[in-house]
Ligand binder design. Structure first.
Ligand SMILES: [Zn+2]
Ligand SMILES: [Zn+2]
Length: 408
């Protein structure tokens, strides 16, 4: 499981590059590149993906070996020239995986999360989900099926995946001559735009010739407006992940007959009923007319994100040496912290109860490590009594969720 140790270094590397990008943006006086809430939301989603991938990446790799051992079509040797063939094939498979991710409702439900960001910087690159990783693995299975050896495939996927990180930035301007061959930040920025002429363009990850071949290439002309055509009205961690699945379900429910129901799941996102999301938002989200920027929680949010990142890095590094209860409880703690960050941005009233759940996880960890997990009810009882006697939830909401005076 050497790959897991290696992935532990991806997190610090990400923050180093993000810091460099942030400094360059400040130097160029491009304040518009970063937005506080959006960056926090992007990073939270990236942390969750890294975390959940820890549990599934190993089985992805096993799957590539399984497909190669049992079903490979050709015997492809492991020669230096084959690497070029593998690179081109990987990017070609990516093109179709990505394009179908935009053209099929069920696949778009996973990929839409990547496009919710209305800012375009390195944090947007982190905005991917484990659902997307699972779907992508289905497509990547084509590579060992063709006969590329899984060790080559795995190495290639690391390189191919890393490339797309660097195409999510505005601090590098247009490099026209490079666009003939490679996807540049400007080319991928067009893909993230919601302007009419930029829609459904530039699906390539590394090379632009697939887009040119299939008529989906578009160079940057006017400055793009980043994000979805119908932006999401929430920073809720859970809502961002699942809203489109709810939309598909709502469309399925209102569709009559097999054809219509089939279209609800496998049809085009362009045909999604546009009244569904506002209806769901009304049902599931709080109305938020408050001014988010002046609330007291910023430092608390930074601390939480910091803790989540450090915990994830340590968990990744030690993953195969830890006991099951340790990995499960640590992962739950991180996930609840991320839901908490999203809820803070939304000022949810139930936020307080998440704090109790986190405390419970911590005490459960301690009890487990002492072999006293049978006493799990003790911290629950203590928390109920504490809430009853001291009304802690009221103090918590006053401390974190009330607006600060203007000058702050
Ligand atoms: Zn896309
Ligand atoms: Zn992207």
């Amino acid at each position: 499981m050497e790959h897991i140790h290696f992935l532990a270094f991806a997190m610090p590397a990400f923050f180093i590059f993000l810091f460099i990008e942030f400094r360059i943006a400040a130097y160029k006086r491009r304040k518009d590149i970063f937005n506080y809430e959006s960056s926090v939301s992007n990073i939270s989603i990236g942390i969750a993906e890294r975390l959940l991938n820890l549990f599934v990446t190993g089985s992805f790799y096993q799957l590539y070996f399984f497909v190669y051992d049992h079903y490979r079509i050709f015997e492809i040797p492991q020669t230096p020239l084959v690497w070029i063939g593998l690179l081109l094939t990987t990017d070609f498979v990516w093109y179709w995986y990505h394009r179908l991710g935009h053209e099929v409702n069920f696949l778009w439900a996973a990929h839409i999360v990547h496009h919710q960001s209305e800012e375009f910087n390195f944090t947007a690159a982190a905005r991917i989900t484990t659902f997307q990783a699972i779907i992508r693995t289905g497509f990547w299975c084509l590579l060992p099926l063709f006969g590329f050896h899984p060790t080559m495939v795995i190495a290639m996927l690391v390189v191919h995946g890393a490339y797309s990180f660097f195409t999510h930035t505005q601090v590098i301007g247009r490099i026209k001559w490079l666009e003939y061959v490679l996807v540049t930040p400007s080319v991928h920025g067009v893909h993230h735009a919601s302007d009419e002429k930029y829609l459904d363009k530039n699906y390539g990850d590394m090379f632009t010739f697939w887009d040119r071949l299939f008529g989906t290439f578009q160079a940057e002309e006017e400055k793009p407006t980043y994000g979805l055509t119908h932006p999401l009205k929430s920073y809720s961690f859970l809502w961002q992940h699942f809203h489109y699945y709810f939309e598909i379900y709502a469309l399925w429910q209102r569709s009559d007959g097999f054809r219509a129901k089939w279209k609800a799941v496998f049809g085009s996102p362009a045909d999604m009923d546009q009244d569904i999301r506002p209806m769901l938002e009304k049902r599931f989200l709080q109305d938020k007319k408050h001014d988010r920027s002046r609330l007291k929680f910023r430092n608390y949010l930074y601390i939480q994100l910091g803790v989540a990142v450090v915990m994830l890095t340590l968990l990744t590094y030690h993953f195969d040496r830890l006991e099951t209860y340790e990995t499960v409880l640590a992962s739950l703690f991180i996930l609840i912290t991320l839901v908490n960050c999203g809820a803070l941005l939304e000022q949810r009233k139930w936020l307080y109860y998440l704090e109790y759940v986190r405390l419970f996880i911590l005490s459960l960890y301690w009890l487990y490590s002492q072999g006293d997990e049978i006493y799990f009810w003790l911290p629950i009882l203590a928390m109920i009594v504490a809430e009853h006697l001291f009304s802690l939830s009221r103090y918590y909401q006053q401390a974190l969720l009330s607006p600060e005076p203007r000058e702050c």
